[in-house]
Design a protein around this ligand. Structure first.
Ligand SMILES: NC(=O)c1ccc[n+]([C@@H]2O[C@H](COP(=O)([O-])OP(=O)(O)OC[C@H]3O[C@@H](n4cnc5c(N)ncnc54)[C@H](OP(=O)(O)O)[C@@H]3O)[C@@H](O)[C@H]2O)c1
Length: 292
């Protein structure tokens, strides 16, 4: 594939960090630019990736868009969880991408986005389609890594997972699989362009089942407490979480109670020629994070 100049937005986050690594480890034939708010912090985090370049980029400072997008061929785009005003931040960014004649966007969306008009990703996808820029929407299911990020504090400090999710089933996907596929899509964009691609693991498990699996695999004693949304809100406010984030968590974990089980996609296996990570493999790989 022809060498490209690829800009990775959200490069210091869970997904972006892995996308950068896969871009270097996959074929290492592209110039990769990390679009970051703090270049010093990012270059420290990526000190092993000497070829990585950095550009200043802040969704909340439109004046950074022009420079960050200079001479770029392809953009890996995601929505940082706290950026909810899509009109304010994404519309000018997408216009600028168009103005700069960049014609490849790989956008990290979310599985089920097509049927939910409320989630911001739905609006972002529509904006990209309307712009006429070629795109790939990568739509993952529920990250396995939520267990060691958003849910981690309760697991370690309370030996509990507390969520308003009842018996709702979630499909569990490893971020490493998402990033690996994203690197392939960025590299071989023309073969996959202008479609939405689901990426999932092969296991649909509810939180009772996942806590049992963690305990069985790692020898912990974690319990799952399913609470109603109001109680969840009160607990999380007491823990000091901001209101917006609690509402997103309620949305993500309560609504699936009224939806059918997530559909399983074979796209990762068909494209990468191997099975996605299963939960047991993930738990063993990250086992030290489940113990204090
Ligand atoms: N969790 C799930 O199960 C799940 C499932 C499907 C889809 N998703 C989607 O995945 C996305 C989140 O990805 P993630 O977990 O990688 O996020 P993350 O770890 O929270 O990372 C967010 C990234 O965005 C950057 N960022 C934050 N504010 C910014 C700003 N104002 N300007 C520029 N950069 C900014 C952060 O940089 P700093 O280092 O400067 O903070 C960081 O690199 C969301 O859109 C979510 O809906 C999540």
């Amino acid at each position: 594939m022809k060498n490209k100049r690829i800009l990775v937005i959200g490069a210091t986050g869970n997904i972006g960090r892995e996308v950068v690594k896969y871009l270097f480890n996959y074929k290492n034939n592209h110039e990769v630019f990390a679009a970051v708010r703090n270049i010093d912090k990012a270059s420290y985090e990526f000190e092993d990736y000497q070829q990585l370049k950095y550009v200043k980029f802040d969704f909340e400072d439109i004046s950074t868009f022009d420079g960050a997008l200079d001479n770029i061929d392809s953009v890996f785009l995601l929505r940082p969880p706290h950026i909810s005003d899509v009109e304010k931040y994404f519309r000018p960014l997408i216009s600028k991408i168009k103005e700069k004649k960049i014609n490849q966007i790989v956008f990290l969306s979310v599985q089920g986005v097509e049927s939910s008009k409320i989630i911001p990703h739905n609006k972002i996808e529509k904006m990209i389609v309307d712009s006429g820029i070629d795109y790939i929407f990568l739509r993952p299911s529920y990250f396995m890594q939520n267990l060691i990020t958003t849910l981690h504090k309760d697991i370690l400090e309370k030996q509990k997972i507390i969520l308003p999710s009842g018996n709702a089933k979630f499909n569990w996907i490893d971020i490493e699989n998402i990033a690996e596929l994203a690197a392939i899509l960025l590299d071989d964009f023309d073969n996959f362009k202008n479609q939405g691609i689901d990426i999932t693991g092969y296991e649909n498990l509810d939180f009772f089942e996942i806590t049992n699996l963690i305990n069985k695999t790692i020898g912990t004693n974690i319990i799952f407490e399913s609470v109603n949304p109001l109680k969840f809100y009160r607990i999380k406010r007491k823990d000091g979480l901001n209101k917006g984030l609690i509402l997103v968590m309620i949305f993500l974990h309560f609504l699936p109670r009224f939806q059918s089980e997530p559909k399983i996609s074979k796209f990762y296996e068909n494209t990468c020629g191997k099975l996605p990570t299963n939960l047991k493999e993930f738990l063993l790989r990250e086992s030290d994070k489940f113990k204090k």
